[in-house]
Design a protein around this ligand. Structure first.
Ligand code: AMP
Ligand code: MG
Length: 521
């Protein structure tokens, strides 16, 4: 197996001088060298063939013992030295100090086809940043990260990716509900890939300690390697850098809203500096359309990271990043201008995205009302977001209101409740929608095609991942592979997988792992 190793992170950034694997505060350094833990009985479960191809790995390579040993942390690839990154972060609105890669270990950076990839194991053992935890990951959360990363990629959402999923062969103790009932679960290791795993928190940690020198080194490094089109580092470049991070983050969250993805833990340590979706923990997908929904039981009281708040939470996180970058710029106005720009841009971009979801290709004054009325009526009765928007593409300009409602009826969880005032609201909305469609020049057929290219037919519903997890726990990976294949083409009709174009079954409504997920992983 051959990688074109090009480690710039460890070469150009300051390392922690201590190489012992003890938990500690690490200062004036961006990372600590650490060796992954040897596992007792490693076994590959799945490899993303697409990601393997992007790294130039052949089928023989991914089936090899060497591949298994490298990507479960049992063998260190020649001339490389694994490391954990140092970062801090705001968790649920509060500064948490040093966090860092507590259970992620970066193996190396490789270049293939002119693209740089950092390869990182999640769940490969303790690091200096493990704090009170074990550095390990369980099968369920690893499957969730594995499937969702690739699903998001194929949905066209900026995201980190994955190469492989393996059993470690070790048992891991977890208290899923935090109720004192800890139990052993199967340990697993995912190899994640990304151009970079730098997060907002990677920058925040330095000014929080008054270390502007390392902050500058890291920002200059980031611009040189990931934002090189912005030019040489200077105060102006730092502002342009922040501006582009804000733009990318906005674009990312608009995609989340488009596909109904709820991240669940949008802490600043989980915000990628490249505007990628990162750290798949207690995330979930909207089934019933509901701005107030979060899958994360740890956030149940305040629902800080609920679906409807995600764009605002990105902004909040950008404020923290602005504060972190301030010592390099020493002027608040240009940073504030970027944040104001986000606030101006968000409603426009959101509207544009919603117009596309509705198949409206011109812009008209009353579109805002049409969209807000839809958001309201969608929340009056439990309506499946994915199914609703997908079926909406089959509406014709010539449909009667009754015909139109009939076409989307499958999206209602209890169609029998669509009566009286609720029925009236739906009728009113469809009346205005069909009226609005008359002003479009595209044919019904063309509109359908365009709408189906942005309204997915298949997403990784929470219960689907859970079914794959239940089987995998019994060493049956057929469903895992089926979902992996299904989600490669989320916008296509796939008749043999039609059963996955369905509402969440009732048994999954309040089941742990389906609608209730904790941070325990
Ligand atoms: P997360 O909520 O997954 O973003 O994690 C927040 C912080 O906790 C990060 O610094 C993680 O590295 C750390 N962390 C989470 N789980 C573990 C674990 N099992 N062992 C060590 N550190 C962990
Ligand atoms: Mg994290």
């Amino acid at each position: 197996m051959k990688f074109n190793i090009q480690n710039t992170f460890t070469k150009e950034l300051p390392a922690d001088p201590i190489q012992e694997n003890t938990r500690r505060q690490v200062t004036e350094a961006c990372f600590s060298y650490v060796t992954p833990k040897k596992t007792s009985n490693p076994k590959m479960i799945h490899v993303s063939d697409e990601m393997a191809k992007s790294l130039g790995l052949s089928e023989t390579a991914i089936a090899s013992e060497e591949f298994k040993n490298i990507f479960t942390g049992n063998h260190v690839y020649k001339n490389t030295q694994p490391y954990a990154m140092c970062y801090g972060g705001h968790q649920f609105g509060h500064w948490a100090g040093q966090l860092g890669d507590g259970r992620a270990i970066n193996l190396f950076e490789t270049v293939y086809d002119n693209k740089k990839w950092a390869l990182q194991l999640k769940g490969a053992g303790e690091t200096p940043y493990s704090r009170t935890a074990d550095g390990l990951a369980v099968l369920r959360s690893s499957i969730r990260e594995y499937l969702c990363s690739e699903a998001m990629y194929h949905l066209g959402v900026p995201t980190t990716r994955v190469l492989s999923l393996a059993f470690s062969g070790d048992e891991v103790l977890r208290d899923v509900l935090y109720d004192g009932n800890a139990a052993y679960e199967k340990g697993a290791i995912v190899c994640r890939t990304s151009e970079s795993f730098l997060r907002f928190g990677s920058y925040q940690i330095f000014p929080a300690r008054g270390d502007v020198k390392t902050l500058k080194t890291l920002v200059d490094y980031t611009i040189k390697h990931h934002y090189s089109h912005l030019g040489e580092p200077s105060k102006e470049t730092y502002v342009s850098f922040f501006k582009e991070v804000a733009e990318r983050s906005l674009e990312m969250v608009i995609h989340w809203q488009r596909v109904g993805f709820v991240h669940g833990v949008m802490n600043t340590d989980n915000m990628s500096i490249l505007g990628l979706t990162i750290d798949y923990g207690p995330y979930g997908w909207l089934e019933g359309y509901d701005h107030g929904w979060t899958p994360n039981t740890t956030d149940n009281t305040h629902k800080r990271y609920r679906y409807g708040s995600q764009p605002e939470m990105v902004l909040w996180n950008l404020y923290q990043l602005a504060n972190a970058l301030y010592p390099l710029i020493e002027e608040a106005e240009p940073l504030e201008a970027v944040l104001e720009n986000y606030q101006e841009q968000f409603p426009e971009k959101y509207m544009q995205m919603m117009r596309e979801k509705l198949g409206l290709f011109s812009s008209q004054e009353l579109d805002g009302t049409l969209v807000s009325n839809l958001e309201e009526v969608l929340q009056k009765i439990e309506t499946d977001m994915t199914i609703f928007f997908r079926l909406l593409s089959s509406i014709s300009k010539d449909d009667s209101i009754e015909e139109a409602i009939k076409k989307i009826e499958k999206a209602f969880y209890t169609p029998s409740e669509v009566v009286d005032e609720i029925k009236k609201s739906w009728e009113n909305w469809f009346q205005s929608y069909i009226d609005r469609l008359q002003n479009e020049t595209v044919s019904d057929e063309d509109r359908k095609e365009k709408m189906n290219a942005i309204n997915p037919k298949y997403v990784l519903r929470n219960y689907m991942a859970q079914l794959a997890i239940d089987d995998a726990n019994k060493n049956d990976f057929v469903l895992l592979n089926e979902l992996y294949l299904l989600l490669k083409n989320p916008y296509n009709e796939q008749p043999k997988y039609e059963k996955w174009f369905a509402k969440r079954p009732e048994w999954a409504r309040n089941k742990v792992g389906c609608s209730m997920l904790s941070c325990s992983s």
